[in-house]
Design a protein around this ligand. Sequence first.
Ligand code: G3H
Ligand code: 13P
Ligand code: NA
Ligand code: ZN
Length: 343
Amino acid sequence: MLVPMRAILDAADKNGYAQGAFNVNAVCQVKAAVDVHQILRSPAIIQGADLANGFMGGRTDFANSTLEDKKAGAKNIGAAVKKYAADSDIPVALHLDHGKNFDSCIAAIEGGYTSVMIDGSSLPFDENVELTREVVKYAHERGVTVEGELGVLAGVEDHVFAATSTYTNPLSAIDFFKKTGVDALAISYGTMHGANKGKNAVIRKEIAIAIKECMLHEGIEGYLVSHGSSTVPQYIVEEINALGGEITNAYGIDVDQLVEVSHCGINKINVDTDLRLAVTRNMKELFAKDAALRNSASVGQIYELLETKKSAFDPRAFITPIMDTIMYGNVPDDDVARICTCI
Ligand code: G3H
Ligand code: 13P
Ligand code: NA
Ligand code: ZN
């Protein structure tokens, strides 16, 4: 069943675990995402990032997505999640990841998202508070959960690169919760987005512990979120490269550290990169095994893109030739169906 994200985080906190939250970049990933959680008897948080909404609205050059593109995408993924969540008997939330502005959040909510992130982390504190408050007011009136962000993660975010992190200040975090009324807060504590987190990335778990301690002391009922938490499995990177890929310097967060932070006040763990890597590996493997597929009229172009963009692993770089399938789920032939099993 479709639920607000808050319900899933309440259960995680009550039972002492962190819930994984997984990004999809194409509507055709939704069924698989719900099915896997159903098999594992786990609640599910499915995330679409702001620009991913644009892509799912049919914008192939998604970095240039307009509000109209995002609205269309939110509607497409919203309908799919509603359908598959209703067919399941697990709680499922659809969450907007890194919403850029108020309009992005409204577009998501109108499309059927049950939770939104408003990422004002690049703004000065007071402006971040003001923007987040506005979103909280609008969303809470509609039963929608809100996640905010405080602090800056190193690495690539919104296609902008930050060389170093600015860790979240625990006292500012408390102030932010009080002033905005957000349900959840993304913190900066040593993780970073993308596949290049460094060979021995260390999470500063004491930052999460300090914030959570202060929250408990102040009676704040909110949750902390760990972004940039992909583990970047080395065997997947090696398999991509063995199939002709050129993914370099790719390292993630050690899974033991994620287990540890789940006992240090973190209740939600965001993963996008790992799924992108897996999709890329799966597609390369399928094409490598099947010459007819490489020459297929409907998906041969995907193979060419995979061969040309050797260092890419964002599925959106490859799957534009089957845009219709991605958005609306119409699968015109067996070759497209086989690619969909990879995505
Ligand atoms: O952190 C969020 C996502 O991984 C970024 O996704 O490439 O759609 O902006 P995007
Ligand atoms: P990764 O790039 O580590 O998968 O992080 C994803 C994320 O934080 C989405 O919000
Ligand atoms: Na941010
Ligand atoms: Zn993130």
